[in-house]
Design a protein around this ligand. Structure first.
Ligand SMILES: C[S@@+](CC[C@H](N)C(=O)[O-])C[C@H]1O[C@@H](n2cnc3c(N)ncnc32)[C@H](O)[C@@H]1O
Length: 347
């Protein structure tokens, strides 16, 4: 299939570009780098199953891989992978990540056009997150490797070190070229851009099977500098789960110096306080919490509530006429939710 046709297939868009980098090529790329002995924080913005980034950085003894992945299925694999330090399930273009914090990045972004080429949009964002001098390995198809807009972005943010093409059998699939560059801040020369624009497939050498030349030194980067590694989109379900873990009610009660319920100090069955005490307790927020004990199997959630109720009744006057009287009062109720699902309202 020719590359343009390949890009336009809806199948490719549906799959969100989910074809993983050939691991044998990653092995060969891994020979190029010297990661030293210090900490190296590694960014993988579209990690898939994580095998590619793990293979390329396999010689890094103190690595911390931070992975982003859009597919929830692939993300679950990353989350359970001991070699992945942190993973988030979201669109890389919707992330909040500390700037200038990664000294190494491997990316094989989705090769799709979705309001702009993803390879270019990813690159702009990656550049923000990498430290000066940080090393990038970026895999793109040949059509992007010689695309003016891509090259302008790449050359303005990275000092080119090498570019290699994949072996013929693998190249036939996606025409992949690996760019290896160093994050910089200076501008580029137009002659360099023109040279890249005119490159043919053969102008990109194959990824070497052995590497006897000087290795590319990867600098250190510290986890402490990565204060943000999160999605910009609020995940309601995850937010709720985390909120429950924080036990906000107990902690808030502690903050305002009110002792929350303690399981082992409760009488069983719970005795209803008198009406005035109930009202006070409920308005103070004390009438809420988990009560009962695990041993007695009667743990339940108790929540106090005070509401204004209106009672209407008829009153006979001396002359025999009838008046409708409305009385307003405060009614305090305690709702008990037991862990077996029973709901009891004490009033
Ligand atoms: C070409 S695959 C590469 C996977 C992996 N980097 C590798 O080299 O084997 C692209 C990956 O990007 C993911 N992806 C697609 N769109 C994404 C987005 N907007 N943000 C993050 N990941 C995305 C896909 O689910 C897929 O796993």
């Amino acid at each position: 299939m020719i590359e343009n046709t390949f890009f336009q297939t809806t199948k490719n868009i549906e799959k969100a570009g989910a074809y993983y980098t050939d691991v044998e090529h990653c092995e060969r790329l891994s020979n190029l780098f010297d990661f030293g002995t210090g900490d190296v924080c590694i960014l993988e913005p579209s990690a898939g199953n994580g095998e590619a980034v793990k293979t390329i950085t396999k010689n890094c003894i103190n690595r911390k891989i931070f992975a982003v992945e859009l597919s929830t299925e692939a993300y679950i694999g990353l989350k359970n992978d001991q070699d992945i330090f942190e993973a988030i399930n979201c669109d890389f273009l919707q992330t909040k990540i500390s700037h200038k914090s990664f000294s190494f990045c491997f990316a094989n972004p989705p090769y799709i056009d979705d309001e702009g080429r993803m390879e270019i949009e990813f690159l702009k964002r990656i550049a923000n997150y990498m430290s000066d001098g940080g090393i990038l390995v970026y895999i793109v198809p040949y059509s992007i490797a010689t695309n003016k807009s891509y090259l302008r972005t790449y050359l303005s943010k990275f000092e080119p070190i090498f570019e290699f093409r994949f072996d013929d059998a693998e190249y036939a699939k996606y025409r992949q070229i690996a760019f290896i560059g160093k994050r910089k801040t200076s501008s580029y020369d137009n002659d360099v851009l023109n040279e890249y624009l005119g490159r043919k497939k053969e102008d990109f050498p194959l990824i070497p099977k052995q590497w006897d030349k000087e290795k590319i030194i990867v600098g250190e980067s510290k986890e402490e500098n990565i204060t943000f590694f999160t999605s910009l989109i609020f995940d309601e379900k995850l937010g709720y789960e985390n909120l429950l873990k924080m036990k906000p009610q107990k902690n808030n009660l502690k903050n305002i110096a009110i002792e929350p319920f303690k399981d082992d100090e409760l009488s069983n069955p719970p005795i209803m306080p008198n009406e005035n005490s109930l009202y006070l307790l409920s308005t103070l927020g004390c009438g809420s919490g988990i009560t009962g004990t695990a041993e007695d199997k009667d743990v339940h959630l108790q929540r106090g509530c005070a509401k204004i109720v209106k009672n209407t009744y008829q009153e006979e006057n001396e002359d025999g006429s009838i008046d409708e009287v409305v009385r307003t009062s405060t009614q305090v109720s305690v709702t008990i939710l037991e862990n077996n699902g029973n709901i009891t309202i004490l009033e």
